[in-house]
Write a protein that binds this ligand. Structure first.
Ligand code: G1P
Length: 295
């Protein structure tokens, strides 16, 4: 069954990058010249997603505005003959009716945020994409997951994973590794157990869940009664553990460089990495970095 909808949980407060996110949604932080949310929407579009579901919260209005038309801007650009800028905006303009917004009224965790999208998603498989995490690659991470999902049986769930250093596993959802279908980047394995933020020294592997999921709609029923887990929050990972008793879960070791843009260091690194892919910026950026390195 085609995966048409993607859920973007965007209600988080962005406390890891204060004060930048005091009055601005963290999803509007800019990597080079585009807000984070634009990158993940483009990634989903590339993967064939047709409907974009945002689970927002208070002070997140800028996200909705970003995907709307900006009448004054459009008119001014037109009057001034700024064709290149008009084309740029047109390229990012979603089709009317292709986006839905719902609110998570209290910060109860990722699992609860996804559950808030249940009526909009309905009874079909869907993707979840966390905008904090950007993956630099063509094809994008979600497209790689879609391609992997096509080869797996019906009612399969797919989670993007990446190896992290052993002393970092306590920050993530971690997957146990069952039967492998191939080795290394681009390969898929059956997930044998998952744990959200395992205490240091207890992780079943070093393969972390990276914020891209393809899930079956049965997850919503489980989320409805899911108890609070790690950090006192309703965790998506815990609901996936529940669903894994009746459906298969696969991990995809995707191709590409992952950036956690919800942290200061990750955000800076992502700006450099994405900036260096831009022919119009690369040389200037390299020269500037050399200067600061004293090289
Ligand atoms: C969430 C998920 C976790 C995953 C992480 C990836 O955690 O619960 O399983 O590894 O995203 O970024 P959070 O970062 O919201 O604490």
């Amino acid at each position: 069954m085609k995966i048409r909808k993607a859920v973007f949980p965007v209600a988080g407060l962005g406390t890891r990058v204060l004060p930048a996110t005091k009055a601005m949604p963290k999803e509007m932080l800019t990597i080079v010249d585009r807000p984070l949310i634009q990158y993940v929407v483009d990634e989903a579009k590339e993967a064939g997603i047709e409907h974009f579901v945002f689970v927002t919260g208070r002070n997140k209005g800028a996200i909705e505005d970003h995907f709307d038309r900006q009448f004054e801007l459009d008119e001014t650009l037109k009057a001034r003959g700024k064709k290149a800028e008009m084309d740029l905006l047109a390229q990012f303009q979603p089709e009317a009716g292709a986006m839905s917004f719902t609110r998570q009224q209290a910060p109860l965790g990722l699992g609860h945020a996804v559950w808030c999208a249940r009526d909009i998603v309905g009874d079909e498989p869907f993707a979840v994409v966390l905008p904090d995490e950007l993956v630099l690659n063509t094809p994008g991470c979600l497209k790689q997951m879609m391609q992997a999902a096509e080869k797996l049986g019906p009612k399969s769930n797919v989670v993007a994973v990446e190896a992290v250093p052993d002393d970092m596993t306590h920050n993530y959802g971690i997957c146990g590794v069952g039967q492998r279908h191939g080795e290394g980047k681009g390969s898929v394995f059956e997930i044998d157990g998952m744990v959200e933020k395992p205490p240091k020294g207890t992780a079943p592997s070093n393969l972390s869940i990276t914020g891209r999921y393809i899930l079956q709609p049965e997850i919503f029923k489980i989320l409805e009664t899911q108890e609070r887990g790690a950090g006192g929050e309703i965790q998506l990972t815990d609901a996936m553990i529940g669903l894994s008793k009746s459906q298969k879960f696969y991990g995809l070791e995707f191709e590409g460089e992952r950036h956690d843009c919800g942290s200061r260091a990750g955000f800076l690194r992502a700006n450099i990495a994405f900036g260096m892919t831009r022919p119009d910026l690369r040389d200037g950026l390299r020269a500037e970095m050399k200067k600061h390195l004293g090289a």
